[in-house]
Ligand binder design. Structure first.
Ligand code: ADP
Ligand code: MG
Length: 708
């Protein structure tokens, strides 16, 4: 196949799966659900794992601290074990050919799952083995029935394992059927597979041919061939993703934008009114923004800056460049608390300069809202600070020139997309305090320009961070008291609002209890509480009392996670710190250390915690650098969970992994951007197959990303 020029008829690849031999209507349905709609998709239903001697762990060699493993053996016993509250669990024992035995347990769905396994049959189980007492067991492993595969395994072949679902199994689409179907597909359609990567790219990066790679990824002769195949296919996947980003970025860069001309009198007056000089990094970003907005093209820039790096000032100065050019500007923040704080700060800076600043949030009285909307429409309002209320349809600006989106990662994809459509395509400056590791930024934000404020204002001292167990609570309290006595303030943060119904969390002290206990322990100092269930005005009043110094300690749930700025606060106590993610811990800690005084962070953590929590807490003790922390976080959590939401801005990848394959991503990105730059219409004849494939498979827009 590799020798003769392939007969390329890609339209055959568009054949509906339902039409393929051995599939039909009943099997097509669950296949579509897993994204397999055409013959081409079935070719690309890559194995999720391989079984051969090198990937199977003998049960006797299982040791603590191993990652997910695969064991293969015969089910020797199985049974439902009654538990508390009428709930049963299902347990089985699997014995491998060396005679090692492992227990597998299912706590959920036991009554259904126990029917799926037969005593005496051969299975592969994938999962993490954990030690309980002296024994290892696997909870909720993935599994594959292998009785038909005994012979193949014995002769040392590599067996591909496909991702299964209950619906697929129901119609008999298990591993063995997948292998047969895909094998048959190569026979009938294999010659139609076109080479979608340009020859020059393949050559430069030493990539094997597409059809060879596809066949080898399903049916590798050996590990080396499988490695070459997977490399090629990962490259290809990244390449097409980056091509989409490159073309989108190119289009955006060519799009006309309002012409601003840098810092005029208002911007300069603002900068001169600041009690401090900009850091080098702040100045650099502002210079870049000035250049972007003067270019005649629309700016789409993301500014990454660690907590406390001074993004707000940069955002304000950027807005004022629009005001200097006779335009309006908007500042959008993700929560009401934050928005109101920004509103107060921005008014304090801008009203003395004679500017009109307006606040737009949900829940404002109708009459007030109407008035504000009118002032936005007739241009009376120079600067509008608001929540996503700003991007509602009813809000019409007279001439919006620039919009700042603070903590952009907190906005949903749709909200962000709408922001860009407002008015006459304003310049957009997004700001994020979650530094994004490079590989993620290249994917999630690959179509944006990214700059970093990588320098903190002078005089900031690294926050002294300590992990304490419950035993040392009194020590921590004494420390806090001493700080309060010196006139400083403290935060105490809890992961939960109220006693949870779930019995596993029954021992959790909630923020309300915590506040009461603290008030007692810290008497005569005053303790204030804010949590997510309070009404907006109640929160605001509580925050005001803390900001104004009437309260010494603010007990809060994570509502204070972002943006709160009280420079006099020097202590952050995080309760149940083992439950917070690393990025969140870093954000919370960033609430202190904003003044010139030494600040402290206590991470109160339970002894009973996972190895991963321990790693997180140690990382917090070890560094205060947000970029370093985000790299560790990404490694610990993996790309999918990094942003913590489904709207993560990350595409679904079939074979490549943004974290593990970061190096491939880098080279594929370069290759794609070079092509998009040289030939934005992809007109060159040697790009024909690539363009056709791109047209067939690329999402219509950057649906997965943030830009509309
Ligand atoms: P973040 O980047 O976390 O949003 P802020 O914009 O809230 O940070 O700034 C944190 C604090 O640092 C604020 O009190 C702000 O006034 C102050 N600040 C900003 N820039 C500087 C600077 N160049 N020098 C000193 N303090 C600064
Ligand atoms: Mg901020």
């Amino acid at each position: 196949m590799a020798e003769t020029a392939p007969q390329t008829d890609p339209s055959v690849l568009d054949t509906d799966v339902e039409q393929l031999p051995g599939i039909g209507e009943r099997r097509a349905e669950p296949l579509r659900k897993v994204g397999v709609k055409t013959a081409g998709d079935l070719f690309r239903y890559y194995p999720r794992a391989y079984l051969d001697r090198s990937t199977i762990t003998p049960i006797r060699q299982i040791a603590e601290g191993m990652g997910p493993i695969t064991v293969v053996g015969t089910v020797t016993s199985k049974g439902l074990v009654p538990g508390r509250g009428g709930k049963s669990r299902f347990e089985l024992r699997v014995t491998d050919e060396d005679g090692g035995t492992l227990k597998c347990v299912w706590f959920r769905g036991a009554n259904y799952i126990h029917r799926l396994y037969n005593k005496g049959d051969l299975y592969a189980f994938h999962g993490k083995a954990e030690k309980y007492g002296s024994q290892f067991s696997m909870a909720h492993p993935e599994s594959d029935a292998l009785s038909d595969e005994r012979a193949a395994l014995a002769t040392g072949r590599i067996i591909p394992v496909y991702r299964g679902t209950a619906a697929l199994e129901k119609v008999g689409l298990v591993n063995r059927t997948f292998r047969k179907l895909i094998y048959g597909l190569f026979k009938s359609h294999g010659l139609a597979i076109p080479e979608v990567l340009p020859g020059s790219v393949r050559q430069q990066h030493g990539l094997i041919e597409g059809n060879v790679a596809l066949r080898a990824v399903h049916f590798p002769k050996d590990a080396a061939e499988r490695g070459r195949a997977r490399y090629r296919l990962k490259f290809e996947e990244f390449f097409f993703l980056q091509l989409l980003l490159a073309l989108t970025k190119g289009r955006q860069e060519r799009r006309a934008g309002v012409v601003l001309d840098g810092a005029g009198p208002v911007t300069r007056a603002f900068l001169e009114s600041l009690p401090f000089a900009l850091t080098g990094a702040q100045q650099r970003v502002l210079d870049t923004v000035a250049a972007d907005t003067a270019s005649g093209h629309q700016m789409n820039r993301l500014v990454q800056g660690d907590v406390g790096s001074g993004k707000t000032v940069v955002g304000i100065a950027a807005m004022l460049m629009a005001v200097d050019a006779g335009r309006q500007a908007a500042f959008m923040a993700p929560t009401e608390i934050l928005t109101e704080q920004h509103y107060a700060t921005i008014r304090r800076y801008l009203e003395p300069l004679g500017l009109q600043v307006r606040l737009l949030i949900g829940g404002q009285r109708k009459a007030l809202r109407e008035e504000i909307l009118a002032e936005i429409a007739d241009g009376t309002a120079h600067v509008v600070v608001g929540t996503h209320a700003i991007i509602e349809d009813k809000v019409a600006f007279q001439n919006l020139g620039l919009a700042v989106v603070d903590e952009q990662h907190r906005f949903g994809v749709v909200q962000r997309a709408r922001m860009f459509k407002k008015g006459q395509r304003p310049h957009v400056l997004m700001m994020t305090a979650t530094p994004i590791p490079r590989s993620l930024a290249m994917t999630a934000y690959g179509d944006l320009d990214v700059s970093a404020i990588d320098e903190l204002p002078a005089g900031r001292k690294p926050i002294d961070t300590r992990v304490y167990s419950e035993k040392r609570r009194d020590e921590m309290l004494d420390f806090v008291k001493r700080q309060l006595r010196e006139g400083r303030q403290a935060y105490v943060v809890y992961p939960l609002v109220e006693e949870s119904e779930s019995e596993t969390l029954a021992d959790v002290k909630d923020a309300e209890n915590g506040a009461a206990e603290l008030a007692e322990a810290l008497r005569p100092y005053r303790v204030e509480l804010v949590h997510g269930r309070m009404l907006a005005y109640e929160k605001e009043e509580a925050m005001d009392r803390f900001k104004g110094g009437e309260a010494d300690v603010l007990v809060a749930t994570t509502v204070i996670e972002v943006g709160v700025d009280v420079p006099n606060a020097t202590v952050m106590v995080i309760e149940h710190a083992e439950r917070f993610g690393l990025a969140q811990l870093h954000q919370l800690r960033g609430r202190v250390g904003r003044g010139a005084d030494q600040s402290y962070c206590f991470l109160m953590a339970s002894y009973k915690r996972s190895a991963e929590s321990t790693e997180r807490l140690e990382a917090m003790e070890g560094t205060t650098d947000g970029f370093e922390i985000s790299e560790i976080d990404l490694r610990l959590r993996g790309a999918g969970d990094f942003f913590g939401t489904r709207q993560s801005g990350l595409p679904d990848l079939q074979i490549a992994d943004i974290v593990k394959d970061a190096e491939i991503l880098e080279v594929a990105r370069e290759a794609a951007f070079a092509i998009a730059e040289a030939d934005p219409e992809l007109k060159a004849p040697e790009l024909a197959e690539m363009r056709a494939h791109f047209g067939r498979t690329a999402p219509k827009s950057l649906g997965f990303a943030r830009v509309g």
